[in-house]
Design a binder for this molecule. Structure first.
Ligand SMILES: [Zn+2]
Length: 234
């Protein structure tokens, strides 16, 4: 793993990042996604592996959340930006990577979606009611009508303290407020940035060389389960 950290430090080109993803995906050796054969030929010119048994050709990203992504450098850098405590809005990501706003928003939305999937697998967590985020929820969004407060939630008056107050400040400071629809994903991002795992870029990256191909519409409409579970330390 130490080697991987130093590779990340010096990576510059798309090829460098592809190599990192290859190591992460097949850390314990190649395994064919179709037949599980562990031997493959390497097709250098196309950055592919060909399964010795069934001849399927796979790249480090095929069939994963990063399937079809060409600019791995930008994507990996954006993903790794989640391993820092500083939040990035779509505006700042667009500026940073010289992309349009909607592309930047899409990237961040997809990264949050994958994080949510990753969190789903880890156990320790508790529910964060939307009412705790109330002060930061003021951006309109087309999906908001699906998110009416239920009775138990609306009559509770949680005292914002400690990290929850920091979370609201994060939502206001980084995103200038968020919509109710996506609020749980933003809250999750905060949890990830602030607790998780600021020191674990590898764990973060490895979430992306698993998973499945996600369609654009699935990503843009993705919302975390209402009342997402956050690590209990929050
Ligand atoms: Zn195979």
């Amino acid at each position: 793993m130490e080697d991987l950290y130093s590779l990340i430090e010096i990576a510059e080109s798309n090829e460098d990042y592809r190599t990192i993803l290859e190591i992460l995906r097949w850390y314990e050796g190649f395994s064919c996604p179709r037949c599980s054969c562990t031997e493959a030929y390497r097709i250098k010119t196309r950055s592919l592996f060909e399964c010795k048994n069934c001849r399927m050709q796979v790249s480090a990203t095929s069939g994963t959340f990063l399937h079809g992504v060409r600019n791995l450098r930008v994507w990996v850098k954006a993903i790794l930006s989640f391993a820092t405590s500083e939040g990035q809005s779509a505006v700042s990501v667009a500026r940073l990577f010289n992309r349009g706003y909607s592309t930047a928003w899409f990237m961040m939305q997809k990264i949050r979606m994958v994080l949510e999937n990753g969190f789903e697998e880890s156990g320790e967590a508790y529910f964060l009611p939307c009412s705790m985020l109330k002060e930061a929820l003021f951006k309109a969004s087309s999906g908001d009508e699906h998110f009416e407060l239920d009775e138990a939630e609306s009559c509770s008056e949680p005292v914002l303290s400690g990290r929850a107050a920091v979370l609201v400040a994060f939502l206001l400071g980084t995103f200038r407020g968020v919509s109710r629809k996506y609020s749980q994903l933003y809250a999750l991002e905060f949890a990830y940035r602030s607790l998780a795992v600021s020191a674990e870029p590898i764990r973060l990256l490895s979430m992306f060389v698993r998973g499945r191909i996600a369609r654009r519409k699935t990503i843009t409409s993705y919302v975390a389960p209402y009342l997402i579970r956050l690590p209990s330390a929050l």
